[in-house]
Write a protein that binds this ligand. Structure first.
Ligand SMILES: *Cc1c(COP(=O)(O)O)cnc(C)c1O
Ligand SMILES: [Zn+2]
Length: 459
């Protein structure tokens, strides 16, 4: 069968308010409803036209694009029709994001956790976290709007727990300096040295503020409301569009069979879990998959407003305590209203949430990395949540699991070191176990000394 496989600009995309339902022109930079201040979704008014292809025709389209006929479709824009179909290919910014591998946990790690599972390695994105997915869509969109509206002097800005700023600065640095400037707001001392080095290396203006992420977010929201800036946080629904591709890829990697699947996601500002659920809903509505997976949301006890909401039925922003899952250390997730809506409308019988301790997070990370993975503390958090949910009988070990390792081990090397050195502030409530510690051993540069130490047998 002939497949018209190259995407062409198509559709009528609008921002749709999740509160009052009003819609707004997609070419404007708005992040909340001008009328009622609720969050916005992106809607393709011609989404139903996509139903002219059957589910299996769509799978052929996406499968064919894995082959490198057009390099810009190698990443998230393989799913062009489902994310931003108004953008012509030449406006797409592709820096190598997406298409991350899934790696099966080996027997030892599976036994420790209590089930077989796959880790999806989002740390292998260009700035080493999943944030690149949303940034690829946001910056492609920005690039497109700059061209069609002939803009210059665009200021891209975000608040960040570290990885959003790394991704934003990286993607912004690809656009012409004559047209854009990149600014990131970070909570001072609350991002790792590696994360801080990233926007600095990309040449962004880095502003450090006192407080935690939630404080930076408040400032950036005020700037986005009152000044002419382009907001690069996941409150901007253009970010969510790109992050939906995590769900599309998981489905594709499982050959479009989502039966008995549980997708495990660490939750901070709740942009990622929103995008992942929306992505699965798209596939379901187009008949590309036959069912939705279950979702397991994982948070640290030190920042667990979503878990508390599931337990009590009431949403209450909280003050966070220090957490090694620092990229998810958020007490008032901006996208919470979207999560609540998605759970009510699509996932009510298949949404679980669980809180884990700081010790469990560290042990999840260290254990995974001792068995062939490169997971960050948030990946450790996901694994710890899976282990605990199995133990508590929330989910069954016979299911299939994909765990989101949201960034790379190396970004969080400082927490590993603090664990090995037993140097955590008491507020972290971490008690390192000797069995997980490791440190270099200084020795004389002599083969016989090393051989003695290692107990080697002479040949
Ligand atoms: C941003 C981030 C999270 C949390 O994702 P949200 O969309 O804020 O819920 C988790 N892990 C890492 C590594 C992150 O950078
Ligand atoms: Zn509204």
């Amino acid at each position: 069968m002939y497949l018209d496989n190259m995407p062409k600009p198509f559709g009528k995309m609008v921002y749709r308010c999740i509160g009052c339902g009003r819609s707004y022109d997609i070419h404007n930079f708005i992040y909340t409803c001008p009328s009622c201040k609720s969050l916005l979704r992106i809607e393709n008014k011609e989404f139903d036209k996509l139903k002219q292809k059957t589910g299996s025709q769509w799978t052929q389209v996406f499968d064919a694009r894995i082959k490198p006929k057009e390099y810009k479709l190698m990443g998230i824009f393989r799913f062009h029709e489902l994310i931003l179909p108004i953008i012509p290919i030449e406006d797409i910014i592709y820096l190598g994001e997406g298409n991350t591998p899934v790696v099966e946990a080996n027997d030892e790690l599976s036994t420790w956790v209590g089930c077989k599972f796959f880790v999806k390695m989002e740390g292998l994105n260009p700035s080493a976290s999943f944030k690149d997915r949303g940034m690829a869509s946001a910056i492609s969109y920005l690039n497109h709007v700059i061209r069609v509206k002939d803009l210059d002097n665009v200021l891209g800005i975000c608040a960040s727990t570290g990885d959003t700023s790394a991704a934003a600065a990286l993607y912004m640095s690809y656009l012409p300096k004559s047209k854009v400037k990149s600014v990131v707001l970070l909570p001072e001392g609350k991002v790792t040295p590696q994360q801080l080095s990233q926007p600095l290396g990309s040449g962004a203006i880095v502003i450090e503020l006192p407080g935690v992420f939630d404080d930076c977010m408040e400032i950036v929201e005020e700037l986005a409301n009152d000044y002419n800036v382009f907001l690069l946080n996941s409150k901007n629904p253009v970010r969510i569009q790109g992050q939906k591709t995590y769900a599309y890829e998981v489905a594709q990697q499982l050959d479009w069979d989502l039966s008995d699947l549980v997708v495990v996601v660490p939750v901070g500002n709740a942009g990622n879990i929103t995008a992942i659920m929306e992505g699965f809903v798209d596939l379901y509505e187009l008949g590309i998959v036959d069912e939705l997976p279950a979702i397991l949301a994982v948070q640290s006890y030190h920042a667990d407003p979503v878990v508390k909401w599931m337990e009590t039925g009431k949403y209450q922003p909280m003050s966070v305590k220090p957490s090694v899952a620092q990229a998810a250390m958020i007490g008032d997730p901006v996208s919470f209203p979207k999560v609540a809506r998605l759970v009510a409308e699509h996932f009510s019988d298949r949404f679980h949430a669980i809180a884990v301790t700081e010790d469990e997070i560290m042990e999840g990370m260290l254990m995974a990395n001792r068995h062939g993975h490169v997971v960050c503390t948030q990946g450790g958090e996901s694994i710890a949540g899976l282990k605990k949910a199995l133990k508590q009988g929330i989910i069954k070990a016979s299911a299939r699991f994909v765990v989101n390792s949201t960034s790379h081990q190396l970004k969080f090397a400082s927490f590993q070191q603090m664990y090995f050195d037993n140097r955590f502030d008491p507020e972290y409530e971490i008690n390192p176990k000797d069995s997980f510690k490791n440190s270099p051993i200084r020795m004389e540069a002599k083969a016989s000394v090393i051989a003695d130490f290692l107990g080697l047998q002479r040949k």
